[in-house]
Design a protein around this ligand. Sequence first.
Ligand code: PLP
Length: 411
Amino acid sequence: MSVVEGDQTYVMHTYGRLPVEFVSGRGAILVDSAGNEYIDCLAGIGAVSLGHANHAVVAALKAQADKVWQVSNYFYEENRNELASGISELLSALCEEDGHVMGSTGTAWRMFFCNSGAEANEGAIKIARRWGEVKLGGASCIVTAKQSFHGRTLATLAATGQDKFHESFQPMPAGFTTVPLNDIDALREAIDNPDDTTGPVCGVMLECVQGEGGVWPADYDYLRAVAKLCRKRHVLLLIDEVQTGFFRCGSPFMYQRAGIEPDIVSMAKGIADGFPMGAVAARADVADLMHPGDHGSTFGGNALAAAAGRATVETLVSENIGEHVLTTGRHLRHRLEAMPHVSQVRGHGLMRGAQLDVPIASELVDAGLGKGIILNHIGDSVLRFLPPLVITRYQVDKVCDTLEALIEELA
Ligand SMILES: Cc1ncc(COP(=O)(O)O)c(C=O)c1O
């Protein structure tokens, strides 16, 4: 039975798969079962932050695999605290934007580890509702943005501001409402005059760059106004950094570039270089509203994940990956902007969306595979770039040379 037949027969058809089976990789290169090499501009949907088979992460995983994998959260374990403190430092890091130093006012963070981005957001929603219960007289509504994406579990789908994901799966969990991104008046209205069906608001959850929605960044001014409004109303600000976090946009987390400080931050993807892991961080005084028994996960932050996460975070920092992301991301932007039929390039760092003025995005992805480049599209007209953060300038040039030729051929 071929790999395609096996997949068709035994695996649920929730993905349209591209016709290639990858068997190995190194850095930004993937190798298929026939030995062909590809430059990867998707990184397992933004997860493989340090590239495929990173030496430090592989070594940490191998060493841990020989010792112990899973003991549960009922016990202490190696690496968990080091990973948590490493991420806490990143959450409080300073960052320079437009000549200004942005960053923390000394917030202490506490982490909860889980296995995915959706789970991280589930945790974030529960913490915000606990805040609403204790501090806001039972407020439980979470405001999110239209075109947002927060995950595939039912609560995170309800939080996701795209009706197409809700249609077949009614009823959605209650207590979510959406407003247009970059419209502070709409958000103020949603908080000050809440809908009778959703009730008073306890939190606002936003992506600083909407990834799955088509790579749409929130304006810095908007994010600053949101942070100010939330603080004034005692409503929590939840920033979903699942896609933007861990230097994807240059700074450790994207909110730092806007110069805001959230109360809760969800993260996953790049946290462990592709090993399944997620986390939610909350300001210590908010986190401390959660007590033993309030939340949990069998596998969350297990020994293998903690080892992989710690090695990833330490290497991202020691290799000064943020600088590389900023310079390589700028180069990618300039190359994309110069291409025919690219009408706009959006995003930050190595999270970029190229808007095409012809609806050929999916054809480009298919054709790119035949030419040794792994691309990704959102809808008919947006190409999204989420390469491993270690992609080189030379590899970016190779991808862009190939893509430019394909656009000329197919447009
Ligand atoms: C911003 C954002 N939040 C949450 C998720 C869900 O993450 P996961 O697929 O790990 O559950 C994603 C996935 O693409 C995402 O981009």
